[in-house]
Design a protein around this ligand. Sequence first.
Ligand code: PLP
Length: 223
Amino acid sequence: MKVQDNLTRIEAEIQKACKVARRNRSEVKIIAVTKYVSTERALEALEAGIRHLGENRPEGLLEKQEVLLDKPVWHFIGSLQTRKVKTIIDKVDYIHSLDRLTLAEEIQKRSSKKMKCFVQVNTSGEESKHGLSPDEVINFIDELAGFDRIQVVGLMTMAPNTTDEAIVRNCFHTLREIRDQIEKRNLDYAPCHELSMGMSNDFAIAIEEGATMVRIGTALVGE
Ligand SMILES: *Cc1c(COP(=O)(O)O)cnc(C)c1O
């Protein structure tokens, strides 16, 4: 399948979900997750009009960045080892996986700019998933107050891989409620307007629940 054909189908689903939720289409950005695919395929996504690319490994990111000169906006979406921060920090625009203080300290130490970060939340409670538990998030945000190289632009979560829509929806809803609490506080260092949630199988539900960035791999560029 051409990326353009996949995108046409996904775009229709996004518009439908926006309509259901009475949201404006411009509130939702698509991140093409290129972690499974070649640089050529990532280029095809850019040619189809995608501006945001996501990778979950430093190696994959650097490899593609060398070749893709038409600069996309880069999102680091994978769990990030503290010692790998220095290899990616000046090469990405967003980090979606801030989930611990030691990682924040390393970002603070290594970044030459205010790094846009999402705090990752484990809304499903699955052991296999990274992220803070929902009741830890507010405290963690407070702890980030002194970090002038970190800006918390939003929250990120992954729903479980299940066909039970209620479970998935509940995860996204939980994330939104925590986001709303933080947003209301009007913190300079944590405006927290964004919700990074929704993947190939559940992006429509995520948009209905308020996603502002959906991270789509398989359904858009393939696996
Ligand atoms: C792989 C990945 C995605 C994309 O998953 P698909 O199901 O292929 O769309 C999204 N977010 C994260 C964090 C991922 O690791």
